[in-house]
Design a protein around this ligand. Structure first.
Ligand SMILES: Nc1ncnc2c1ncn2[C@@H]1O[C@H](COP(=O)(O)OP(=O)(O)OP(=O)(O)O)[C@@H](O)[C@H]1O
Ligand SMILES: NCC(=O)N[C@@H]1O[C@H](COP(=O)([O-])[O-])[C@@H](O)[C@H]1O
Ligand SMILES: [Mg+2]
Length: 387
């Protein structure tokens, strides 16, 4: 049996640990705070600042894992190359985790090296540089810290007056030690998708049915599977996903994000790990959910095929205040709905917009996907967080 060191212990990690427990693997869950969701179901836990390389080295030496599975981006990923040299498998690879931690590395790889179509972009290290960069990409445009996730520090510039504010907001929302932003032309997309892509050690790359999603404040609100997409756009997205995951290397599940616009498919970014929008697979849409697929690929257990079993949707349950030890009301109401399920992540504290749970709905393959999404939104509203 393998020992897995899970770096990051949120809701995605929790489902991954449950999948690992079910097939007898040992998991040590790590995060920066105690009682994080994945710690509640793991064999052991560690609380450290994962951006601190020495602290990371210490727990790697202590636990001697077979696998290191990053669950968030904010990790001192430069250390991963060393761990690989020590014979530990970093998932999906040290390069994948290191390149996706910083938007610059992954964007330059995708756009310049692999020639994938992306929004026109520039970088800036000061508000003056941002002024020039905005002139080059044009207004409207989107500014993001090089190191952030879930929309933190992200804003849209609609007039030149927004530039200063966008710079300050990005610097405030930036994690890590890098004071630099990316500014991207605003893509007027018709929809956006996540293409879950699974690379395997001894078997071909597989794709899940595309997942549609809607974002607010740079964070996902609802996701559904399958997304509506033309065959042409889907093949294009699959081709780009195959190229970028191959360049990053290793085995595991990736969430590859695309914008679908009138002028074709744009690559946006990717997670070298289960994706938040992929929680829709917890609704039983596939023969294996995204966490089981990640685990199987990591352990080199062959995945023969991925089948779409049902239509499904997920809608987030958010907090609106700062507090600790939250409780939940309305569980009997959501539980009373047909073809509906839910997860409460068990996060020990709340803050405005923090994701605390998710509502999951499904129906047969012949249904109207919009109706499944509508039911998920209504179901999520039945649960309220009490502070
Ligand atoms: N260039 C763009 N044009 C239009 N919309 C954009 C652009 N870049 C980002 N967005 C919108 O903002 C959302 C979040 O952006 P992005 O995925 O880059 O942020 P993130 O912080 O990495 O989020 P996460 O970590 O949750 O994936 C996108 O899904 C999309 O809805
Ligand atoms: N888009 C990335 C994403 O969804 N990551 C998921 O959210 C957790 C952090 O949540 P928190 O900020 O509520 O602690 C992470 O640990 C991961 O599970
Ligand atoms: Mg994203």
């Amino acid at each position: 049996m393998s020992k897995i060191l899970l770096l990051g212990s949120g809701e995605l990690g929790k489902e991954f640990v449950i999948a690992a427990q079910r097939i007898g693997q040992t998991v040590i869950a790590v995060d920066s705070y105690e009682n994080a969701p994945a710690m509640q179901v793991a064999h052991g836990f560690e609380v450290i600042n994962m951006l601190d390389g020495e602290a990371l080295d210490k727990i790697v030496a202590k636990h001697k894992p077979d696998f290191i599975v990053p669950e968030i981006e904010a990790i001192r990923t430069e250390r991963f190359y060393d761990y690989e040299k020590q014979g530990i498998t970093v998932v999906p690879s040290a390069k994948a985790a290191n390149f996706t931690m910083n938007r610059k590395a992954i964007r330059d790889l995708a756009s310049k090296e692999l020639g994938l179509k992306t929004a026109n972009y520039r970088y800036a290290t000061s508000s003056e540089e941002l002024q020039n960069a905005v002139k080059e990409v044009g207004i409207p445009c989107v500014v993001k810290p090089l190191m952030s996730s879930s929309g933190k520090g992200q804003s849209t510039i609609k007039t030149p007056d927004d530039i200063e504010r966008a710079w300050n907001y990005a610097v405030d929302g930036s994690r890590g030690d890098v004071v630099e932003v990316i500014v991207e032309a605003f893509i007027k997309f018709n929809s956006e998708i996540t293409l879950l892509t699974i690379t395997q050690n001894n078997n071909p790359t597989l794709f899940c049915a595309p997942i549609g999603h809607r974002q607010e404040r740079g964070d996902y609100q609802e996701s559904w599977q399958p997304a509506r997409i033309s065959d042409k756009d889907l093949f294009e997205a699959q081709d780009m996903a195959e190229k970028v995951t191959e360049a990053l290397g290793g085995a595991g599940l990736f969430g590859v994000e695309f914008f679908l616009a009138d002028d074709g498919v744009y690559f946006s970014e990717l997670s070298p790990r289960p994706h938040d929008t992929g929680m829709v697979t917890l609704a039983g849409t596939q023969n294996f959910n995204e966490f089981e697929l990640h685990l199987r690929a990591i352990l080199s257990l062959p995945i023969f095929e991925i089948t779409l079993e049902k239509f499904g949707a997920s809608a987030v349950i958010l907090a609106s205040e700062n507090s600790s030890n939250p409780s939940y009301e309305g569980l009997e109401n959501i539980a009373g709905l047909a073809k509906t399920d839910f997860r409460i992540f068990g996060k020990p504290t709340t803050r405005p917009y923090r994701r605390m749970g998710v509502a999951l709905t499904s129906d047969t393959l012949e249904t109207n996907i919009e109706e499944v999404v509508e039911r998920a939104k209504e179901a999520a509203k039945l649960v309220s967080v009490k502070y």
